[in-house]
Design a protein around this ligand. Structure first.
Ligand code: HEC
Length: 157
């Protein structure tokens, strides 16, 4: 096989895997996410705005978890950063219906609750937020559930 066609074939294979909402239980999803960065740099137009927003959201929540487990938290202005969740372009715009809007609004209000949380409720509000990621993903986009499952923080009694 020619080198070039091999590369193209491999890319199709990888991109197929990456299909954000595919229901794959592939364990190394996190490695795949890293590989996405690489592909994004080379094919910037392949991802929808929502997909890019979600990637950022995932990175932010993952970093937040790390901070929270060290009794710290970020200074991210979550409310403004993710305010356009409901209006950005999606890969599959037929998803953009009333149900999505309901999930989206619920998420935005939990984001607000997290940002304005009292110290005592910080971790439980964070966990509520992650549960809401799950809820929307169960309805719209199964693929990332594998990695979202790793985001909740177990509260030690
Ligand atoms: C209101 C619904 C909704 C909520 C809430 C939501 N997501 Fe998503 N997410 C989606 C949809 C729809 C996509 C597919 C985007 C596309 O392809 O355009 C997606 C895609 C993703 C992706 C894959 C991005 C890619 O293209 O590789 C990740 C990772 C992700 N979401 C993580 C999260 C995390 C973490 C949270 C919570 C902090 C969250 N999502 C909350 C609907 C949601």
């Amino acid at each position: 096989m020619h080198r070039k066609s091999f590369i193209i074939l491999s890319l199709y294979f990888i991109l197929g895997f990456l299909n954000a909402c595919s229901d794959s239980n592939h364990e190394s999803k996190e490695e795949i996410i890293d590989a996405v960065e690489l592909i994004n740099t080379n094919f910037p137009n392949k991802r929808s705005e929502l997909s890019v927003l979600m990637r950022t959201l995932y990175n932010d929540t993952k970093a937040e978890k790390k901070l929270l487990t060290n009794k710290e938290y970020s200074s991210i202005d979550w409310i403004s950063k993710y305010a356009n969740l409901l209006t950005v372009k999606q890969t599959d715009d037929s998803n953009n219906d009333k149900v999505f809007e309901a999930f989206g609004n619920s998420f935005l209000s939990l984001l607000k609750a997290y940002q304005n949380t009292t110290e005592n409720n910080r971790i439980s509000n964070y966990n509520l937020l992650i549960t809401d990621c799950m809820n929307c993903h169960q309805a719209f986009c199964l693929g990332p559930i594998v990695i979202i499952k790793k985001l909740p923080i177990t509260i030690k009694k």
